[in-house]
Design a protein around this ligand. Sequence first.
Ligand SMILES: Cc1cc2nc3c(=O)[nH]c(=O)nc-3n(C[C@H](O)[C@H](O)[C@H](O)COP(=O)(O)OP(=O)(O)OC[C@H]3O[C@@H](n4cnc5c(N)ncnc54)[C@H](O)[C@@H]3O)c2cc1C
Length: 415
Amino acid sequence: MTTIEKTRADAEQWLDDNWDPDLTVAEWWQRLADGGLCNPTLAEPWGRGWSAQQAAQFGAAMAQRGALGTPGGIGMMLAVPTILSHGSTELIERFVPKILNGQEGWCQLFSEPGAGSDLAGLQTKAERDGDEWVVNGQKVWTSGGQWADYGILVARSNPDLPKHQGITYFAFPMRQPGVEVRPLREMTGRAMFNEVFLTDARVPHDNVIGDVNGGWKVANTTLMFERAGIGGAGAGPFGAAIAGTIAGHLDQPAASYVRSQGPMGGAGVGSGRVRQLIDLARERGKLSEAPIRQDLARLYSLVEITGWHMGRMRAGSASTGGEGNMAKIRNSQVTALARDVGNAILGMHATITGPDSMTGGDIQELTVFSPAPSIYGGTDQVQRNIIGERVLGLPKEPGPARDTPFKELLHNPMR
Ligand SMILES: Cc1cc2nc3c(=O)[nH]c(=O)nc-3n(C[C@H](O)[C@H](O)[C@H](O)COP(=O)(O)OP(=O)(O)OC[C@H]3O[C@@H](n4cnc5c(N)ncnc54)[C@H](O)[C@@H]3O)c2cc1C
């Protein structure tokens, strides 16, 4: 028996012994965490030290069994690997277990109205006050901010230093009077992301991750995991239940979230989605139309290539350093192509949505969500800049000298 076959057999046995649809979400996630299975690619004691291929076997076994997936979101995808890479033992023990078992939900407080692609231009201030820091400013596009117990926050702690040097990274408590979360409604109809206003909000000094003023290095770790996760190398398979104390899912039956959509909707494009599109084209008699057939073949090829690319990254044999960026760009291309071919297959029916629509709303969901992947986690243009500058060694974009103090740079006034 190969290692992969043994992992699959063990996973099925473990699910036979443990999966019970009558458990609450919290009880089920605790069982997964106790078994090191919320993210089995992590080293013990947090995971099982499995390869990504072994973890994928467990994911496939869960899907086949109809078991609820692991806690997902910013906590699992970004906070865990960042805290494990840069946090003290005390921080790791304080935060990681409650992310793994889904007890605490997290959001990402990075982007600001004047700092998205130019994240290092952020202006939210953090000022030291004894054992605490006082935070003032505004964040935006904060996905899941309304359900988060904590946020990974980057804030300017020293404006006298150059812009990349005066930033500190915090594990920031969201449930406090100085934090106001205002939802932003998207064209999907949902309000997945938010504006977050921080007014004299407080965070203990003990919650600094990495060094004071050394947050840019920590943020880069987060961004690296974000790109790779969006590109498809994430910890998955994530369940649709939302982690943390605020969404109210923890006490509900695990079975009730198994087949529902997560907060991002059902817009991911993988080989399952490609098969659905091929079936849809066959049903509609569109497979004989050459442009549709060619686009389906192109989509199939891109998705397969993405799978191999991810496999190479997960196996640690990536070599250029730009693989995460490429994966993220590929994800944008795949999403846009799936949207276009889906709309071409449906023709005018693509404008009709709702329970009576002939596609159950899948293509429509993809259509309204499709602009997002080329923006979040760093836009496609920014990924290309990174590949150009850091991988290909092209000259950097012109701008002020990197050692210019932040306060001497041109920017809109701070709040
Ligand atoms: C669905 C969604 C969820 C998100 N969730 C979060 C979240 O949870 N937390 C969070 O902090 N942020 C989040 N974001 C924000 C996201 O990270 C930013 O939108 C993104 O980094 C782009 O920043 P911006 O919107 O300010 O655009 P800008 O930076 O203003 O860019 C505008 C345009 O200019 C281009 N551009 C900018 N600079 C350059 C350059 N140097 N070279 C070439 N082109 C350039 C960009 O590519 C883009 O096309 C989310 C965004 C979306 C769409």
